[in-house]
Ligand binder design. Structure first.
Ligand SMILES: C[S@@+](CC[C@H](N)C(=O)[O-])C[C@H]1O[C@@H](n2cnc3c(N)ncnc32)[C@H](O)[C@@H]1O
Length: 245
């Protein structure tokens, strides 16, 4: 167990900082400051209990999907799952797939880890690491059945737009990692970004858009937290689905 705990602290150093701080007050015992956000006691407990079972540390070598999931079912990678509510439902309803779920935001990571652990969702694994690095270093070419990218940060200001995830280089990386017939499914409430997605994927060799534009709403996706925010502002929700052929 000590070894497990040490490896959790390597992957999630914020927990160590919190653990090593003197917990003199009730507030410090209940809440954990993480830059500007908090993770709650149940989330810290979830990380300690479930990370050794469902968490995967970053390593600079390819991940063996069969070994990680204990079967050869096709693997979907979700990038930026946020609080993970849509993820959990999809993993239950489309249980013929395995899900490798990537998120850097600790509070959301711990929340989904808690849900996965409590419900023993055997087809889900989580990594708290930059998706770009994970794809480059740990995912074999032609090995992924699908990518889910729901409401990626829109970076609306012109000077910030270079931070957007869906850019030509990243789209090429996604295409390279997809198996033949695999898909990329993105949703956004930021209309101009939605058109950027269509354009970027249209210009990516090997990707085909079977809908010729936005795809009809996919029935198995639950409303996400950021979707709710977009809907509250009357933003249109656009879905993009492309396939590797
Ligand atoms: C706008 S939120 C959307 C969250 C969730 N999909 C939803 O719809 O509610 C985008 C999420 O992507 C995560 N993210 C952004 N870049 C990432 C990266 N390179 N690797 C992993 N996660 C990333 C952020 O931490 C953030 O939680």
């Amino acid at each position: 167990m000590q070894e497990n705990q040490d490896s959790i602290f390597q992957d999630i150093p914020e927990l160590q900082r919190v653990e090593s701080r003197k917990e003199g007050t009730r507030r410090e015992i209940k809440s954990y400051v993480l830059r500007t956000s908090y993770i709650r006691t149940f989330q810290v407990e979830a990380v300690k209990r479930y990370y050794p079972l469902y968490g995967i540390p970053f390593e600079s070598r390819p991940l063996d999907f069969s070994k990680v999931f204990g079967n050869d079912n096709p693997v979907i990678i979700e990038i930026g799952f946020g609080m993970g509510t849509a993820t959990e439902r999809i993993a239950r309803e489309r249980s013929q797939y395995n899900y490798l779920c990537l998120e850097v935001f600790l509070s959301g990571f711990a929340k989904l880890l808690d849900a996965v652990g409590r419900n023993a969702l055997a087809n889900v694994r989580l990594m708290r690491f930059d998706a770009v690095e994970v794809l480059r270093n740990m995912i074999l070419d032609g090995s992924v059945a699908g990518f889910h990218i729901f409401f990626p940060d829109p970076w609306p200001k012109k000077r910030q737009q270079k931070r957007r995830l869906i850019q030509p280089d990243f789209a090429r990386l996604l295409a390279q990692k997809l198996a033949e017939g695999g898909y990329i499914y993105c949703v956004t409430d930021w209309e101009e970004y939605a058109y950027q997605m269509l354009d970027v994927f249209a210009d990516t060799p090997g990707l085909v858009n079977p809908f010729g534009g936005f795809c009809p709403p996919v029935t198995w996706r639950d409303t996400t937290k950021f979707e709710q925010k977009g809907l509250a502002k009357a933003h249109p929700i656009n879905e993009v689905w492309v396939e590797k052929r």
